[in-house]
Ligand binder design. Structure first.
Ligand code: ZN
Length: 296
């Protein structure tokens, strides 16, 4: 199995979006009101070459995002994209020798504009996302919440993911994305209420394609909730579940905007026990390793 990290341009957001400031409404207004910008960050998507067919996790940004609706305060004040058409996922997959027709399944961690931006390249693929996310992103309400449903391809009709009551490590539900179950989706609510992540079993480690469950590995380890999540407690609980997963089995943790994600994938660098020392869960790293069976 080969996993490719593909950078579809860069995104620029406020520091208060990456790590929320304060609580409640103030935390959620931070990305709009704050003045301090973070460094430009990559917009990763991932392509998994699996014997069942290629699976793409998130489709990244598109060049059209350099122009955003001016009526929306978040788009007006809080985000900028830098991407050219040849940096979109379609042309980049082609350069890797993967035709869009070879992509059997596209999984969307959520439908924010830098995750669904490359959908137009996949008219022939099965596209799945969580049902709650599809509903939330649709229509006028979706537009108010900062989605761009009016830019979806006309044929876009994603399949709601069928969650199974089979636990995967600390996650109570999961959904198999391959027949063998070596690639599964797990619910990681927080950044959006129905956000999901994808876990790939790859030899002696697992790779977690985290979407925006956190913007950085460091913020996951610290349990720092972003400035976007509508419910701080839900987001916090998800970050704790991810730390449990990483503590139980060697896990390469790859958020969509962590500048280190591609390098960690390349070096197969899992979250290490020492990384937990400064984290929110003292002693978590010394938990006995969960057996592979328990983690399924
Ligand atoms: Zn997002």
């Amino acid at each position: 199995m080969r996993i490719h990290a593909i950078t579809t341009g860069r995104v620029h957001v406020k520091q208060a979006q990456i790590v929320g400031r304060g609580h409640g409404l103030m935390r959620q207004l931070g990305p709009i009101l704050a003045s301090q910008w973070a460094d430009w960050a990559p917009v990763y998507t991932f392509a998994i070459e699996h014997p069942d067919g290629v699976i793409v996790v998130d489709t990244g940004a598109n060049a059209g995002l350099k122009s955003l609706p001016r009526w929306h305060p978040y788009f007006q004040l809080s985000v900028e994209f830098d991407i050219e058409p040849e940096q979109e996922i379609g042309p980049q997959l082609a350069r890797l020798g993967i035709a869009a027709r070879d992509v059997k399944t596209v999984v969307l961690t959520h439908l924010h504009i830098d995750h669904d931006g490359g959908l137009a390249h996949f008219p022939h693929s099965r596209i799945v996302a969580s049902g709650g996310e599809i509903a939330r992103a649709s229509g006028f309400r979706g537009a108010l919440l900062g989605y761009l449903p009016n830019r979806w391809p006309r044929w876009f009709d994603p399949e709601p993911l069928a969650w199974q009551p089979s636990p995967f490590g600390p996650f109570r539900q999961s959904a198999r994305l391959t027949d063998s179950g070596d690639i599964v989706a797990v619910p990681t609510p927080g950044h959006t209420p129905d956000h999901l992540s994808v876990v790939v079993r790859d030899g002696d480690r697992q790779v977690m394609l985290a979407g925006d469950a956190s913007y950085l590995e460091a913020t996951m380890l610290r349990g720092a909730v972003d400035g976007i999540s509508p419910n701080e407690a839900t987001a916090s609980a998800t970050l704790a579940n991810i730390r449990r997963l990483c503590a139980a089995n060697p896990t390469i943790y790859l958020p969509s905007h962590d500048p280190q994600s591609a390098e960690r994938l390349e070096r197969r660098r899992a979250v290490a026990a020492s990384d937990f020392l400064s984290s929110a869960d003292e002693g978590l790293a010394s938990l006995p390793a969960m057996s592979a069976a328990a983690a399924r």
